[in-house]
Design a protein around this ligand. Structure first.
Ligand SMILES: Nc1ncnc2c1ncn2[C@@H]1O[C@H](COP(=O)(O)OP(=O)(O)O)[C@@H](O)[C@H]1O
Ligand SMILES: Cc1cn([C@H]2C[C@H](O)[C@@H](COP(=O)(O)OP(=O)(O)O)O2)c(=O)[nH]c1=O
Length: 208
């Protein structure tokens, strides 16, 4: 029998274009879940393991072929799924990941134009039986994200991309949300932080 009952943890991922506000809200979701008595593991991609963090540093700062970039994202993910995500879910913890495979479809697929079939093949290879139980997609127009980013930090390779790149990334995220049968919940992140928190609480209600 699959471990689908109360003993299994859950896997929640956070997605959105750079500057949408997802990192800001992971702490809030952690506190909601802990308040409901869950054990929470907070992690991120690319990264989440010692090797994955080295790969993150490479992929966020070095120029490389588009397919190399996609392969590094999935190499980091392979390590992350094996070492962190699957063991945590199996012991009943709730895993919150700042990005997962939807980001590869949005950035390498939508943004850079990599053939979706290649990404689907990598997904089948790296995590054939694992999908997020819930994905929170923080959605904002590009100009809002850009203004938030430039106010907040030094930009990496992806964050320096042009508006048309982010338009394609956002479009692919929204397309996947519409096709996801409710797995991906779109959060309007143009609202105030208090309003976004209320939307997150509503999205998580049935999970608490
Ligand atoms: N709802 C919001 N209203 C105003 N500013 C926000 C909101 N959400 C996030 N921010 C700010 O925008 C910036 C980028 O947010 P961050 O969470 O780091 O984005 P992401 O992780 O999606 O790239 C931060 O300075 C953050 O404080
Ligand atoms: C997981 C993943 C991330 N990315 C990109 C999206 C982001 O621009 C970047 C790093 O993500 P993120 O951790 O959100 O950056 P920050 O800490 O600066 O908020 O990696 C991909 O292109 N493909 C992927 O599969």
């Amino acid at each position: 029998m699959n471990q689908t009952d109360a003993t299994r943890g859950r896997f929640i991922t956070f997605e959105g274009i750079d500057g949408a506000g997802k990192s800001t809200h992971i702490g809030y979701v952690t506190s909601l879940l802990k308040g409901a008595g869950k054990r929470v593991v907070s992690t991120r991609e690319p990264g989440g393991t010692p090797l994955g963090e080295k790969l993150r540093d490479l992929v966020l700062h070095e120029k490389m072929h588009l397919e190399t970039e996609a392969l590094i994202m999935f190499a980091s993910r392979r390590e992350h799924v094996a070492q962190v995500v699957e063991p945590a879910i199996a012991r009943g913890d709730w895993v919150l990941s700042d990005r997962f495979t939807d980001a590869s479809f949005a950035y390498q697929g939508g943004g850079r134009g990599l053939d979706r079939a290649k990404l689907e093949a990598l997904e089948q290879w790296v995590h054939p039986h694992l999908q997020p139980d819930l994905t929170l997609l923080f959605d904002v127009p590009l100009d809002v994200a850009k203004a938030r980013l430039s106010a907040s930090r030094t930009l990496d390779k992806f964050e320096m991309e042009q508006a048309d790149f982010f338009a394609r990334v956002r479009g692919e995220y929204l397309r996947r949300a519409a096709a996801s049968n409710g797995r991906i919940v779109v959060i309007d992140s143009t609202k105030t932080i208090a309003e976004v928190r209320a939307a997150l609480q509503a999205a998580l209600e049935t999970w608490l």
